[in-house]
Design a protein. Structure first.
Lengths: 492, 495
């Protein structure tokens, strides 16, 4: 335990070990789930141990092996990665708890396979968080894509098959077609792929070429779901809800925006980004995604689809933050990784609970459900506040910094976009609890009497994330401190 | 013994072949073939080690020094190719036991193993000889044995495809021998080293330079026909589809690779990079063909309904990658081609072997017959997925390493078209691999006849190659070093 490098390695490996335990204990459901929860808790404990080191100013890491000459698979924990690891590490055991209630309550098949790949995916997310260079990042990025395919296509239906095609198709087209080319181009220009404070690309090529590389990166990270490469995310909603909650609101999508932030800060460096004119264009591309995502969300009656488009819109807040190319934008973007994660996972938990308990997927059929499921819809309300960016929820802080960032960059248009999107969010998210609490249950609704709250483990999980969402409003310091470390190391 | 290792590498399989045929019983013949293949593997490992530490090994057969006798010249590239061929042969022969037993009639087993040994002997011979006429002899040994192995396929169409290959292969070989003959007329030697010395002088003198150019052309056509470069690939899809599974797996991983080696030998070592690329503009013909091969053959592969045929077209596309790398004419490009030679042997071998497992259990490799196999043959299909990941080029597989070097070569050369084609090609690989995965994992079987997992005797060799395709993707240091130094010496030889 004393060797920091070993802690890093263990943090990535523990979920894999957990996955192995899940397979071994497949005969006994309770033992299997206990294994998931236990490894989840242990993984988070390791993340906390690393947090202590990072806050003390250290950057624990280790080189694992040299894959091709001079290109290493290696880990290094820095504050930005810590933000992502904290979020993923904390929410994994919570989601597992939720999943236990959901998967059993929903009578899902192949639960062992589900929990197995779930744990494997977390290992992928941790690997992304702790990558010390672009190569390692790419390895885990792709790993995350592949090990989530069995989760997305869990039901093995025709719909799942179709979604699987879209999912793999878009994510791989962008990563291989654009991102990999950008990485190799970086390698040819800079001769290194290491993440370094201040970036590695400055001065290696003309502004035109560097701009082209930046575009390749930003669109090449398909997991950031910048339009027009966003379709995989709604497609992934065919998965069981815990997958949508943890992977497609937290681990996978945040791996994407995390990658964008990381590349902006440690490959380009904020100083270099400021000199490139394409950053403004990309910021506006993100702004367009923010607005269009919200507008589409507006029109979706299926709750999970609406949340998916809301995620697309919110992810672009982070891309926008990165492309503002100033300290406040980076801080806001990094904090939004955490804030959005807690808010959105709460929303998905609630959506899943409604599906399990009331068998309703459509918002137009949720009238009056709030009276029988007050906790679920209460949690939904709290999550909504965070996504919209209202106090007393954590989302208020990240949006604050992002807004300040637009002002510092003198991009008033972008500020207007942020505000407009929040207003749209106010409507499309709050519609759900309003309908549930203030309207009567229609007479024809099925199972009128049978509706009750979701299974207890799911409720507990939901309460934890909702409480944390509020807690992050009162104590956002940790994430702010980490992001401050990122910019003070990266900007100067 | 170790002094004569280069000769034994070829002679041992050659001598064992008639013994296997004479014994004429399945079991003992297999034992003989196995010992031959494994001997060659061990020898190849030894030779590569020696070459990497001591440099090129020159061995004069029978003590007759060139140009009177025949010389074997083993440099890094030759040793690397011998290692590829013998390693695949060693794994393939283990696989062959069960697969051949189910696909070929018992009374022909011994003949099959004899042909197999001759093929190994021929391919290894091409790789290590330093004499161009000797190349032709070994080429014929390997080709004739290949025709007969293909003709042993269960399907009667195997006969016509073997015949097709025979015709095309003979045309190729004839072109090669004409090219060699012209070179001999002009230079009076058959030794590669001597040729490399004399050709530039003749070219510079202006007397007979046209004959040299014609020889070059004949060799180009002959060799590209043998290595199945688009559009001279027509023999390959049928041959791979209808050959016995064990033969397809082995041949796909070896024979075209050795032909590519031959291309490198002729154009880099004999003619020299400057002559081939600057005077004859070889890149101007190879690169467009390679690019078309990648795009056209990958798209044809997508529309195949027989998986062996699908993989065969994919092979033609992958040959395009290797030729593309070589056609850059830069150290990193040639190294990319050489690395892909090795990497593709591993992944394609694994994929064809997985299909052999399917063939063994359900007697068909048509996509629509593979419904539900993900459940009933989990290990076989997992092997297919593993090999498929490599085809797509997922990081930590050999396919990624190939792509890494190819893209680097393209970007360094400023060749954006090539970079785009490489990327598009690997996305097309995703489509055709996913097509199989979708049927195997998402469709349920219509009837309930239980299907068992393939026997271990097939699974172990298959998974050996799958594991290797991951191993050399995770630790690509060795292969990169060998390929880089081989490429450097190929390019540096004439500079």
């Amino acid at each position: 335990m004393s060797d920091p490098g070993m802690i890093v390695l263990l943090t990535v490996l523990l979920p894999v070990i957990g996955a192995g335990l899940v397979l071994l204990l497949r005969k006994n459901e309770n033992a299997r789930e206990a294994a998931t929860l236990l490894t989840g808790a242990l993984t988070f404990a390791h993340v906390l141990a690393l947090l202590r080191l990072v806050r003390a100013g250290e950057s624990p890491g280790l080189d694992i092996l040299e894959v091709v000459p001079n290109v290493w698979l290696s880990f290094e924990v820095e504050p930005l990665g810590m933000v992502f690891a904290l979020v993923a590490g904390f929410l994994w055991p919570v989601t597992s708890l939720y999943a236990i209630g959901y998967m059993r309550g929903h009578h899902e098949e192949n639960q062992t396979r589900f929990f197995f790949f779930f744990a494997i995916a977390i290992a992928g997310a941790m690997g992304v968080a702790f990558s010390a260079n672009l190569f390692t990042l790419f390895v885990f990025y792709e790993f995350l894509t592949f090990c989530t395919v069995p989760l997305v296509t869990h039901h093995q239906s025709d719909e799942a098959k179709k979604s699987g095609r879209i999912y793999l198709g878009i994510l791989l087209t962008t990563s291989v077609g654009l991102q990999l080319v950008a990485i190799i181009w970086t390698w040819v220009l800079a001769g290194t792929l290491d993440f370094q404070a201040g970036g590695i690309l400055a001065g290696t090529a003309s502004a035109g070429i560097l701009s082209a590389i930046l575009v390749l990166y930003v669109y090449g990270v398909g997991k950031a779901a910048l339009m027009p490469f966003h379709r995989w995310l709604p497609a992934a909603m065919v998965a069981p809800t815990p997958v949508s909650a943890l992977l497609h609101a937290v681990a996978v999508v945040k791996a994407g925006v995390f990658t964008v932030l990381k590349i902006s800060v440690y490959v380009f460096g904020v100083d270099l980004l400021q000199t490139l004119t394409t950053t403004t264009w990309l910021a506006w591309a993100a702004a367009v995604t923010i607005i269009l995502g919200s507008l589409v969300a507006f029109r979706k009656d299926n709750l999970k689809a609406r949340l998916a488009y809301s995620t697309i819109s919110q992810l672009s807040y982070i891309v926008l933050g990165a492309m503002l190319a100033n300290e406040l934008g980076i801080i806001g973007g990094g904090m939004h990784i955490a804030m959005h994660a807690f808010g959105k996972i709460t929303l998905f938990f609630a959506a899943g609970a409604i599906m399990v308990a009331a068998h309703e997927k459509k918002i137009s059929r949720m009238h009056g459900l709030g009276r029988t499921m007050p906790i679920t819809f209460g949690a939904f309300f709290v999550g909504s506040l965070s996504i919209i960016g209202l106090p007393p929820a954590g989302g208020a802080w990240s949006k604050w910094f992002l807004g300040m960032g637009t002002l510092e960059a003198s991009q008033f248009g972008l500020l207007a976009v942020l505000m407009l999107s929040s207003l749209l969010g106010l409507y499309y998210l709050l519609e759900v609890p309003v309908k549930a609490f203030f309207f009567e249950r229609p007479k024809d609704a099925h199972q009128q009497d049978g509706v009750h709250e979701a299974p207890t483990p799911s409720l507990i999980a939901m309460c934890i994330t909702a409480t944390a969402t509020v807690g992050l409003f009162v104590w956002p310091d940790l994430f702010h401190e980490l992001m401050q470390m990122v910019v003070s190391g990266g900007v100067r | 013994m170790s002094q004569n290792l280069p000769a034994l590498l070829v002679v041992v399989p050659m001598m064992l072949a008639p013994i296997a045929a004479l014994i004429n019983r399945s079991g003992p013949a297999w034992v003989i073939a196995t010992s031959g293949a494994w001997f060659a593997f061990g020898a190849a490992v030894q030779l590569l080690r020696r070459v990497m530490t001591e440099g090129m090994i020159v061995y004069s057969l029978g003590g007759w020094v060139a140009p009177i006798g025949i010389e074997y010249r083993i440099d890094q590239l030759a040793a690397f190719v011998t290692l590829i061929v013998s390693a695949i042969a060693a794994v393939g022969v283990l696989y062959a036991r069960t697969s051949v037993a189910s696909e070929i009639e018992e009374d022909r087993h011994a003949l099959f193993y004899a042909a197999f040994l001759l093929n190994v002997c021929g391919l290894l011979g091409i790789a290590i000889t330093g004499d161009v006429f000797n190349v032709f002899v070994f080429l014929e040994i390997s080709s004739l044995s290949a025709y007969s192995m293909i003709a042993l396929g269960q399907d009667r169409r195997a006969l016509t495809s073997a015949f097709q290959y025979l015709i095309m292969g003979s045309v190729g070989a004839t072109f090669i021998v004409i090219g060699i003959g012209l070179l001999f007329v002009m230079t009076g030697t058959l030794g590669m080293a001597d040729l490399a010395e004399r050709i530039p002088a003749i070219w510079a003198s202006g007397d007979g330079d046209r004959t040299i150019a014609v020889a070059f052309t004949f060799l180009t056509v002959g060799v590209t026909l043998k290595l199945a470069l688009f559009p001279l690939h027509l023999w390959l899809p049928n041959a791979y589809t209808y050959a016995p599974s064990a033969v397809t797996g082995y041949m796909a991983a070896t024979s075209t690779k050795v032909s590519i080696y031959l291309l490198l030998r002729f154009f880099f070592s004999v003619f020299g990079v400057e002559f081939s690329f600057e005077q004859m503009r070889l890149d101007a013909i190879l690169m467009p063909l390679a690019l078309v091969a990648i795009l056209a053959m990958s798209s044809v592969a997508i529309y195949q309904s027989n998986v062996k045929r699908l993989l065969a077209f994919s092979s033609v596309a992958q040959i395009g990658y290797m030729i593309l790398g070589i056609s850059f004419g830069s150290v990193i490009g040639v190294a990319a081609g050489i690395i892909h030679l090795f990497n593709h042997a591993l992944m394609k071998g694994a994929l064809f072997m997985a299909m052999g497992c399917v063939m063994y259990r359900i007697g068909s490799v048509r996509i629509e017959d593979m419904k539900g196999l993900g459940k009933s043959m989990p290990w076989t299909m997992a092997a297919f997925v593993g090999g498929g990941l490599s085809m797509i080029g997922v990081p930590m597989t050999v396919g990624f390493v190939s792509k890494w070097y190819l893209l680097q070569a393209a970007i360094k050369g400023g060749n954006w078209l090539a970079a785009v084609v490489v990327v598009v090609g690997s996305l097309m690989a995703l489509v055709y691999i996913w097509k199989v995965i979708e049927v195997a994992y998402f469709k349920r079987r219509e009837n309930d006849d239980p299907i068992e997992e393939a026997p271990l005797s097939l699974l172990i060799p298959t998974w050996t190659l799958v594991a290797a395709s991951f191993w050399f993707g995770i630790d690509a240091g060795t292969t990169s070093d060998v390929a880089m130094s081989a490429a450097e010496s190929l390019l540096g030889m004439m500079q």
